[in-house]
Write a protein that binds this ligand. Sequence first.
Ligand SMILES: O=C(O)CCC(=O)C(=O)O
Length: 277
Amino acid sequence: MRNSINPEDIDFYNEYGFVRIRSLLSPEETERLRTYQNQALALRGNYRFADRDILADEKPVFERMFRQRLNLWRTYEPLREFALSPGIAKIAAELSGVDAVRLWHDSAFVKQPWANGTFWHFDAAYWSFNSRRGITVWVALTDSRPDNGGLYFMPGSHREVDFDLPVFAQDHVAGLFDLPGYEHWREREAVSLPLKAGDCTFHNGLTLHGSGINMTPYHREGWTCAYMPDGSTFNGKPNVLPEDYLATLGIGDPLNNDDLNPVVYRKPDRGSRDRGF
Ligand SMILES: O=C(O)CCC(=O)C(=O)O
């Protein structure tokens, strides 16, 4: 598993809000993660979340875009190797420019044969914290291309999108661009980044993205993990958090539950290294 990137990758990410990293996983790791994810999906069935009883049927529009199941690491232990990987989290922290990241959630994104395109959106709209440094890794478990539902990004959108804009539009693929504050994106060109199995992209939580229709009779399988900068606070949105934990939270409280959102990477303290600890 790769755990390092180049300074140019960080520059590219800061400029455009996404970056492609080749061979994050070896072929063996990719196949292992794919097997684990499919086993976890079979166990999870129709439930979207690990900690909330929300059925996929309640979101039929989503189910036609992809099979998304969240926090599989919490219900299928073998997936922890990847969701809690300090190496992947280190890359996420370095791209985001933060010292420590907590796991927000992992998620399967399996686009079925002939699935619809994924509507333009940004991930931070869903999350329970507002940070300009939240980040998602999207790992291809099968090749991902424009013809089978590969991802598209709007370059530079992470610098313009803000938390006070309206965020949900689900009537058609570009419905977001009908909303006030987004109209100009309708005129822009999106970038598609084909991936070989084992490659990945990292994107900022504020980067506009979507994916194409799967025009093949094969599944396009992706695994993602979202990371939250350590020190982030609750914004009032439930997202993946369990009801009993939500009941204890007020807006502005730190999201520092080590069971639900463990710190997966913390930059070594140079001082303690120098002192020989
Ligand atoms: O896989 C897809 O089609 C969508 C993925 C996505 O929206 C995400 O990773 O945030």
